[in-house]
Design a protein around this ligand. Structure first.
Ligand SMILES: Cc1ncc(COP(=O)(O)O)c(C=O)c1O
Length: 439
């Protein structure tokens, strides 16, 4: 595939779409320069764009497509449900089945409620923490991504604070963010146990919850230490604030998510992506006590929660089929692929003597070319990209996000690792040759 290609149909569509779609689309996180690629269809490991180019999809809709695209089992589950209706103002068996399956797997989940996106789940979890504790503030890590709710967006995409110059300040992500939002978000530095503890203590009587994505920073690239988790748990225990684990991505780590693997006991957890079988979904789960804020009983719930498409039966049916396929063996295969890609990429860096780093956990890996040790920074901007290599991979049939993130799906196999590594190696060598020719 030639990219960029000003003569392509994608480039043309991108130009034309500006007439009716802002920036040619509806999702800031997939906008790429110089133009967005438009996809006509997707099947298995591959997407096919409007120009007929077929690309191995290593993004998998930012981790949501656990079994690749249009998996026959999920298509069948969705189609069967579509025939029975796609949305109604009643509960469904599919909703109960998915709730029962997920709650049955995770010790910290007594009850769950479904909604339509991870962002909505984070919003509801924050509101639940406020309703439960009667306190206004939440704490989150600087630069941690938790979706698009105002409070969750605070201090996203900022220069990491130099703690010698003071504590992190709440910074608006979008223009027009009310001061009241900033005043009610306490920002803590990523994985800095002492500084974060001190800052949390300063606000302890006002904090409703501490929001943490347990898979770490930069989409699983940098994990938290056990000490950081222990500090958050201790703080929540002593202050009465709720520990909110955002497992919208992290839940792909295993049967009971990253919280199971890391031995965490969050009061509330947000879910999304994989639990919808490729359809829009979000969920909040937690202890019966905390989740009772959603219960109306004989009167009004502390936190009423309406939503026309909450627990949409198509998402529920596809989600159930998707999660049912994920037994312990399937998770072990998925995470084994992540290990194999990380090992393979590290080998390529060694063979080519490239100054790069391989990051990631579970079924996610990334290749970055770092000028500084990535572990020192919490900034999204700390990822050094090789746009030349990204372009080479796209031109040679692999779609990865520009940050060179690879997201595995269960339908991948070890032969995919070998083929990818061969292309990666030739990409690094080709870029080297071009550079030395230019020098
Ligand atoms: C950790 C985390 N939380 C929340 C979200 C928001 O989910 P959604 O895009 O479904 O709104 C994301 C999305 O990538 C995420 O990575």
């Amino acid at each position: 595939m030639k990219y960029p290609n000003t003569d392509s149909q994608s480039a043309g569509l991108f130009a034309e779409a500006q007439r009716v779609l802002t920036d040619g689309g509806s999702r800031s996180t997939i906008r790429i320069a110089p133009y967005s690629i438009y996809v006509r269809s997707a099947e298995g490991k591959y997407i096919t764009d409007v120009d007929g180019n077929r690309l191995f999809d290593f993004n998998n809709n930012y981790t949501a497509m656990l079994h690749g695209h249009a998996h026959p089992t999920l298509v069948e589950a969705a189609v069967e449900q579509i025939k029975k209706g796609t949305g109604y103002s009643f509960g469904s068996e599919a909703e109960f089945a998915l709730a029962d399956l997920i709650c049955g797997r995770v010790d910290n989940f007594d009850k769950i409620r479904f909604m339509n996106s991870g962002s909505e789940a984070v919003m509801k979890a924050i509101k639940a923490a406020r309703a439960y504790t009667g306190r206004p503030k939440i704490a989150k890590c600087e630069n941690a991504y938790h979706g698009s709710y105002d409070f969750a967006e605070v201090s996203l995409g900022v220069q990491p604070t130099n703690l010698n110059e003071g504590d992190p300040q709440s910074q608006a992500y979008s223009e027009g963010t009310p001061q009241g939002v900033l005043d009610n978000v306490v920002v803590i530095p990523f994985d800095d146990v002492a500084a974060a503890r001190r800052i949390l203590e300063e606000h302890s009587s006002e904090l409703a919850g501490v929001l943490v994505d347990p898979i770490g920073a930069l989409m699983a690239r940098i994990p938290y230490t056990d000490e950081f988790f222990a500090m958050i748990s201790e703080f929540c225990e002593s202050s009465g604030a709720l520990f909110i684990a955002d497992e919208v991505i992290a839940f792909r780590a295993g049967l009971d998510g990253t919280q199971g693997d890391r031995g965490l006991k969050p009061h509330l957890t947000t879910l999304g992506k994989i639990i919808g079988g490729g359809f829009p979904v979000g969920a909040v789960a937690g202890s019966a006590d905390v989740m009772s804020v959603f219960e109306a009983g004989e009167g009004k719930a502390k936190l009423p929660h309406g939503g026309t498409y909450n627990a949409n039966p198509v998402s529920m049916a596809a989600g159930f089929a998707s999660m049912k396929m994920m037994d312990a063996e399937a998770f072990s295969h998925l995470n084994g692929l992540g290990d194999a890609f990380r090992r393979g990429c590290a080998e390529v860096l060694k063979l080519t003597d490239a100054e790069g780093q391989i990051h990631g956990q579970y079924s996610i890996f990334s290749i970055t070319f770092a000028e500084s040790d990535l572990n020192d920074a919490s900034a999204r901007g700390a990822v050094y990209r090789s746009s030349g290599l990204h372009q080479y991979m796209v031109q040679n049939g692999y779609w990865m996000s520009p940050g060179m993130l690879g997201v595995c799906s269960t339908i991948m196999g070890m032969s995919d690792v070998d083929q990818f590594c061969t292309t990666l190696q030739s990409g690094i060598e080709t870029i080297r040759e071009k550079r030395s020719d230019a020098a």
